[in-house]
Design a protein around this ligand. Sequence first.
Ligand code: HEM
Length: 197
Amino acid sequence: MDSNNTIPGYSYGTTDVPHSPVSMDELKNLEAAVGFTEEDASWLRAAAGILVPQAEAMVDCWRQSIARQPDLLRSFLDAMGKPDENYKAAVKRRFVQWVSDVCLRSHDQEWLDYQEEIGLRHTPAKKNRTDGGHTSFFVPQRYLVGFTAVVITSARAFLTASKKPQGDIERMQDAWTRAVILNISLWCRPYSGPITW
Ligand code: HEM
C-alpha cells in the first residue's frame, strides 16, 4: 500500500482541494439518509484489515468489469480509441488508496472536501487534468451511479476470503455498502452541457 504522499495526484488534505459545497451539517443529514452510523465506521475499520491488503485485486476486478464494456472503457481511451496506459496506471494508484480511505478515514472537513475533488475529477472540470490524460472529457454520471452496484457487491467475495464469522462479514458488507453510497452521493452533480465524445 502506498503511503499517501507518494501517490502522484493524490491531493487529499492539501490546499489544492476545493472546499466542498456540502456543509458538515448537511453531511450529517446525508449520513442519516444513508443510515451510516458510528457502528458502520467501526466495522469498516475491521474490514480494512481484510480489504486494504486486497485493494489492488479489488481495483483489478472493477477494471476488468469496465474493460468488458466499450461504453465504460471509453473513459480510459484516447482519441484513437487506444487505452491511455499512463493515465490508467496513475489513476489506479489513487483508486487503490480510495479503498483504504473508505475504510479508515474519518468523515471530517478534509474528507468531505476530497469527495468534492473526486466528483470533479469525473467531470469536464477536472477529468484528465491531474495526470495529463488524453481521454474522454467526462464519465457519464449514470455510469458513476450504476457502477456502484459492482463496487458494492464485489466486496463480498473479498470479505468472505477472510473466513471471518458470517455475521461479521455481513456487518462489514453493510458498512461498506453504506460508505460507498455515501461517497458516490457526494460525487454527483448535474451536468447540463452537450454529450459528445
Ligand atoms: C462506484 C463507482 C466508482 C468509484 C468508487 C470510482 C472511484 C474513483 C476514484 C477513487 C478515482 C480516483 C480519484 C483520485 O484522483 O483521487 C476515480 C477516478 C476515475 N474514475 Fe472512477 N469511480 C467509479 C466509477 C467510475 C466509472 C463507471 C468510470 C468510467 C467508466 C470511472 C472512470 C474514472 C476515471 C476515468 C477516473 C480518472 C479521472 C481523472 O482524470 O482524474 N469511474 N474513480
